[in-house]
Design a protein around this ligand. Structure first.
Ligand SMILES: Nc1nc2c(ncn2[C@@H]2O[C@H](COP(=O)(O)OP(=O)(O)OP(=O)(O)O)[C@@H](O)[C@H]2O)c(=O)[nH]1
Ligand SMILES: [Mg+2]
Length: 435
């Protein structure tokens, strides 16, 4: 029995050093977005340690049903593969069917063919650290691999643990698929159990002021998180460096605690199943009072990145959470400024460099101001025989003044709506207990 969550091997050992890219530009894709997507695929490849040697692109009304590219372009890709003269991976910039991938492999003689989904899944697989992230990625990977079992050479042997071997019959494949289904069911159970734990933990944090850092991969979320909290989270110039959510207090601490969370980044055409499986991790965003939407202002595709992030946030139901758009990396802009029109377009935004301590301090202040603006000022009358209630008020609200009457004190306080609701409820309960 395997102790690791994975029975499907990672591709790491079998991945060659060289890669060729191919992409079909569909009628809906404008030229720029098509180029950007291929540029991203190059960065994804580099994150996997692959060196991109060239690419073949084609405009088409739809993908070729047999081999994604049309016959002429497929031949071009085959010639290019031969020229590389070393084991080569072919990366397809879309999700394709198992048979399309197999046909590309057969025609070109490439070592391995991966579509965009497989590339992203492989990166997630390598970067997952916590148990939760590992389980989430593993489940999506197995679901992705199941229909490809027969097609992915070598994988079948590994899953079988050496039994069977080449030419194993249909029944062996059926057996493998059943094993995978069982494993997927097991993983689902484990994930549900972890979700429950997560819910308990996050319900304990209810009422606290919470901020989630969200945004495109490589935008600088972890860098800003580190600067705002002092936590030693991982920062790297690669895609999907962070997969696990980390929660820390704003540091130095304001009068009342504010919790920040660093989260997994997004990318265009993120496999939907992957988003769904990271839903619990992303609940941090859903439960936050404020989302810091971090973007790399020095990336030419910045506006499209904002769109993608907003799309994913809407998908997980976080569209209604107030957002502060943080245009990061302005130190990389020629004059250190973002265009006026961006500032006008996003009413709540700020332009910073996460590497500049003054900028970080101003983001910190914006966060504090945001929560303070939501506070309501009011008066409460607390009798002297209600010491617990008094203690509760001091714990959860800002007490601005206290006047002492004969039987009770009048407290002028400032608190958010939820806290006021809880206090009112407790005061009523205290009254009814007395009656
Ligand atoms: N020049 C410059 N580089 C920055 C700035 N902020 C972050 N970086 C760099 O950008 C790269 C990505 O930063 P991260 O903080 O890891 O980005 P992330 O958004 O957490 O990325 P993922 O976890 O992969 O989604 C790193 O090399 C950082 O050093 C900045 O303000 N200016
Ligand atoms: Mg990160």
């Amino acid at each position: 029995m395997s102790q690791t969550p994975s029975e499907v091997p990672d591709l790491t050992q079998r991945l060659p050093k060289r890669a060729l890219l191919c992409g079909v530009q569909l009628p809906d894709d404008d030229e720029q977005s098509f180029r950007e997507s291929l540029g991203e695929l190059t960065r994804l490849a580099e994150t996997l340690g692959l060196h991109v040697e060239g690419q073949v692109t084609q405009r088409r009304g739809s993908f070729d049903s047999a081999a994604y590219l049309g016959p002429g372009k497929l031949e071009e890709l085959t010639q290019l593969t031969k020229q590389v003269d070393e084991p080569t991976a072919i990366l397809i910039d879309h999700e394709v069917s198992p048979s399309q991938a197999r046909n590309v492999q057969k025609a070109t003689g490439a070592e391995i063919v991966l579509d965009r989904t497989a590339v992203i899944l492989e990166i997630f697989h390598r970067h997952a650290k916590s148990r939760q992230a590992k389980l989430q990625v593993e489940m999506v990977r197995l679901e992705y691999m199941a229909p490809r079992l027969r097609e992915t050479q070598g994988l079948g042997d590994r899953v079988r643990g050496g039994i069977g071997g080449k030419g194993a019959g249909e029944s062996q494949i059926e057996l493998d698929r059943r094993k995978l289904r069982d494993r997927i069911a097991e993983l689902k159970d484990e994930i549900v159990a972890l979700d429950r734990e997560h819910k308990t933990r996050s319900s304990r944090r209810q009422g606290l002021r919470r901020v989630a850092l969200c945004g495109y991969t490589n935008a600088g979320k972890s860098t800003l998180f580190r600067a705002l909290t002092g936590a030693e989270v991982y920062v790297a110039d690669k895609l999907f460096a962070t997969l696990d959510t980390t929660v820390r207090q704003l540091h130095p601490e304001p009068r009342r605690t504010i919790l920040l969370s660093d989260t997994v980044g997004f990318i265009r055409n993120l496999p939907t199943k992957l988003v769904a499986s990271f839903k619990t991790t992303l609940d941090e965003a859903l439960e936050a009072g404020l989302i810091l939407h971090v973007v790399d202002a020095s990336d030419p595709a910045v506006l499209r990145h904002i769109e993608t992030t907003c799309g994913v946030l809407a998908e997980i139901g976080a569209a209604e959470v107030p957002q502060l758009v943080v245009f990061n990396k302005i130190d990389r802009l020629p004059d250190g400024k973002v265009p006026e029109e961006w500032l006008e377009r996003f009413p709540r935004c700020v332009a910073i460099s996460a590497r500049n301590p003054d900028d970080v301090a101003s983001v910190r202040q914006l966060i504090i101001d945001f929560f303070d603006a939501e506070l309501i000022e009011t008066e409460l009358i607390v009798r002297y025989d209600q010491p617990q209630l008094r203690a509760q008020i001091f714990e959860s609200a800002d007490v601005l003044s206290e006047e002492f009457g004969e039987h009770a004190a009048t407290l002028r306080i400032r608190a958010d709506q939820a806290t006021l609701g809880r206090l009112a409820h407790n005061m009523q309960e205290a009254e009814s207990l007395k009656e």
